[in-house]
Design a protein around this ligand. Structure first.
Ligand SMILES: [Zn+2]
Length: 261
């Protein structure tokens, strides 16, 4: 069919891909990568009941900017199932480096399998044979459903379970986040218009696992304005004892002075 259209129109038929687009730096870089390869992209974003949907706004922005199809899929039912995850419950998001044990609380069980299953269904319905995801090597330690073994097995299942043999492709699966940042820089990705922070405040907090990872990846060309999320601080402070509130206000004052120095 494609070769028939090609011979009639005398031009290349655009390649088509479904992309899971979160609005974070990895999937936005992958979107730019696919556009650099002349793909027509169908971008899918998922609202899985996460603490904030700020990144979905960035996903929509990039889909519009690259003339891609865009759809937000409602997966808020996951909030009722993933009650142990700090991303979908009232548990505070931990701060620090990603490899720390407490970062496991940011796992939403089997999230990628759920999202990929729906992306495969979408692709089969549209007659698209490639589904892309921006999972990378840095995700492997904590998120089992980002590992190449898992993605390869799911790709096999997808090819068996669809008429058109939909494939799952994760071109960043063996790359570090730093490599993705460098690729994004080469592709002129405007990283200022991507969102990583789990907390969803006015600015990136600069302290949660994903902010720490973002800072390491973008070091040297990071356009992000990191800062204290005062809205959340005030909300949390109301639950503290007077003594802890005093300690907190002293810490904020010190941070502010250090920033201005
Ligand atoms: Zn953060």
């Amino acid at each position: 069919m494609d070769s028939l259209v090609k011979s009639v129109l005398g031009e290349d038929v655009p390649k088509r891909a479904v992309l899971i687009l979160s609005g974070g730096m990895d999937s936005v870089t992958l979107l730019h990568y696919l556009k650099s390869k002349d793909y027509s992209v169908h971008a899918l974003s998922f609202n899985y009941g996460q603490k904030h949907t700020k990144e979905l706004g960035f996903a929509q922005f990039w889909a519009a900017k690259t003339c891609s199809y865009f759809k937000i899929i409602d997966l808020t039912v996951l909030k009722d199932i993933a009650t142990q995850s700090s991303l979908t419950s009232d548990t505070p998001v931990p701060e620090g480096h990603y490899e720390a044990e407490n970062m496991k609380s940011t796992v939403v069980p089997n999230r990628n399998m759920v999202m990929l299953s729906l992306a495969i269904a979408y692709a089969e319905n549209e007659g698209i044979k490639e589904v892309y995801i921006g999972a990378h090597a840095g995700d492997h330690a904590i998120y089992p459903d980002c590992r190449p073994e898992f993605l390869g097995a799911l790709c096999k299942a997808s090819m068996l379970g669809t008429y058109t043999g939909v494939e799952i492709l994760a071109p960043f699966a063996k790359m570090r986040k730093r490599d993705i940042a460098i690729l994004g820089k080469e592709l002129k990705v405007d990283f200022a218009n991507t969102w990583s922070c789990y907390k969803g405040g006015e600015k990136h907090c600069g302290k949660c696992g994903t902010c720490v990872e973002r800072q390491e990846a973008l070091e040297g060309f990071d356009p992000t304005a990191y800062g204290t999320d005062y809205e959340t601080v005030i909300k949390l402070a109301s639950r503290l004892s007077l003594q802890d509130r005093r300690a907190l206000s002293q810490r904020l004052l010190r941070e502010n002075m250090e920033r201005e120095a």
